[in-house]
Design a protein around this ligand. Structure first.
Ligand SMILES: [Zn+2]
Length: 144
């Protein structure tokens, strides 16, 4: 889709919003602020993502999907433990936060309307973001 038709699309969506009682959804999208990543270290080589469950619940994604993504991106095994996620290497806070942000940008945010009220669904082998706000279904890269 070229920029011009994307602009037209967004304009159309915005116009449609104003006529809907669900106008509040867009306000909610603007307020989408996942909790900041909290971590601590165990020994020399373990990083504990302390509020993993809280972040997963806020962004409404399967913790196991997030775990797989983080393990792949950070190139380390990741083990869930009591609402926390144990990464078997030392990761600094900024790197972990950036990686979580990258996940949200790719697997939570709707690329069409930029809303966050979405679902991640599988269609055959394809992975798709289905947006509850604008209805768009956008394919995203698989999570290894
Ligand atoms: Zn959308």
């Amino acid at each position: 889709m070229d920029m011009r038709s994307k602009e037209a699309y967004i304009k159309m969506i915005n116009e449609a919003y104003k006529k809907l009682p669900e106008y509040g959804l867009r306000v909610k999208a603007a307020r989408f602020k996942p909790p900041h990543v909290q971590l601590f270290y165990q020994g020399k080589n373990k990083t504990v993502f302390a509020n993993f469950k809280e972040v997963a619940e806020y962004i409404n994604r399967d913790p196991d999907v997030i775990r797989k993504f983080l393990a792949h991106e950070l190139a380390t095994p990741a083990t869930p433990s009591d609402g926390r996620l144990i990464l078997h290497t030392r990761i600094d806070l900024q790197t972990l936060q950036n990686t979580v942000n990258f996940f949200i940008k790719r697997y939570v945010k709707c690329p069409m309307c930029e809303g966050y009220d979405t679902q991640l669904i599988k269609k055959g082998k394809a992975l798709i973001i289905k947006c509850s706000i604008c209805g768009a279904e956008s394919p995203v890269p698989p999570i290894k």
